[in-house]
Ligand binder design. Structure first.
Ligand code: ADP
Length: 259
């Protein structure tokens, strides 16, 4: 790990958390949460103590991705005890809701909700906390980056132009807010038909690598579009945990080693 750039005053670190890596995207549905969870598991596989905070208040998917049910315990002093899954400490706004319930919060409510999850959780000493950001550039991002030292952000995009245009906006925001950009991941990069072995570049290919070069940020790696990733996500068994020797897990671990 490199060290993050010097941070302006006013930002504070989270007690008991050495390093925060956030995972963002320009738009939803590009695989940001899936990537965040599998990066977290890859870092844990390197022997680090890792937590995941699901800050995607409007579409929290981390509990489902990790097969977590129910609410986290709350101690007498009001501090949350995070869930544990595959060795990760996990907190999500999704765990606070009845399934199907939407978060209907104005910006200030959402940012104070996130602050509570981040600051009033007993993380128990983490080397890395991976934060799954909401897509885009909204109130949550501004509040988090203003208040908290985020050591770096990974941006996930699919290879097509439309997603990359939005990814570029997310990177622009990070630069304006002096938050280090760790690099770009290309998700759903290509598809290999399991029956014929033919490769299909469904969303085009190489777009993210070219965009990373243009934006002068590191290209962290590519993850193919694979049915087992979607199936593992739905079943709460992410590939890095369930098939650690498979191609998918290897691809995620290579990305994590670039961080
Ligand atoms: P986001 O966080 O960007 O909204 P998700 O991580 O929730 O996206 O992923 C959206 C959907 O795409 C999920 O159903 C997930 O299982 C699926 N998915 C993500 N990455 C891949 C991939 N590389 N191959 C196959 N399916 C994927």
């Amino acid at each position: 790990f490199g060290h993050g750039a010097p941070q302006p005053q006013g930002k504070t670190r989270v007690k008991g958390v050495k390093r925060i890596i956030a995972v963002g995207s320009g738009k939803g549905g590009v695989g940001k949460s899936t990537t965040a969870v599998n990066i977290a598991l890859s870092l844990a596989a390197e022997g680090l103590k890792v937590g995941v905070l699901d800050a995607d208040l409007y579409g929290p998917s981390v509990p489902k991705l990790l097969g977590i049910e129910g609410r986290p315990a709350i101690r007498d002093d009001g501090i949350f005890t995070p869930h544990e899954a595959f060795g990760l400490k996990v907190m999500s706004i999704g765990s606070m809701l009845v399934p199907g319930q939407a978060v209907v919060w104005r910006g200030p409510m959402a940012t104070s909700g996130l602050r509570q999850l981040l600051r009033e959780t007993d993380w128990g000493g983490l080397d890395v906390l991976v934060i799954d950001l909401p897509p885009g550039t909204g109130d949550i991002h501004i509040a988090l980056f203003q208040q908290t030292v985020v050591d770096g952000v990974v941006i996930v995009s699919t290879p097509q132009d439309l997603a990359l245009i939005d990814a570029q906006k997310a990177i622009d925001m990070l630069r304006r807010m002096s938050v280090p950009v760790l690099g770009l991941v290309e998700n759903m990069s290509f598809f290999i038909a399991p029956d014929t072995g033919h490769r299909y570049d469904i969303f085009g290919t190489g777009g993210a690598e070219r965009a990373a070069a243009r934006l002068e940020i590191p290209f962290l790696g590519a993850i193919p579009l694979v049915m087992s990733i979607r199936e593992g996500s739905d079943a709460g068994t992410p590939p890095v945990a369930s098939a650690p020797d498979g191609h998918e897990a290897t691809a995620y671990r290579a990305i994590a080693r670039n961080l």
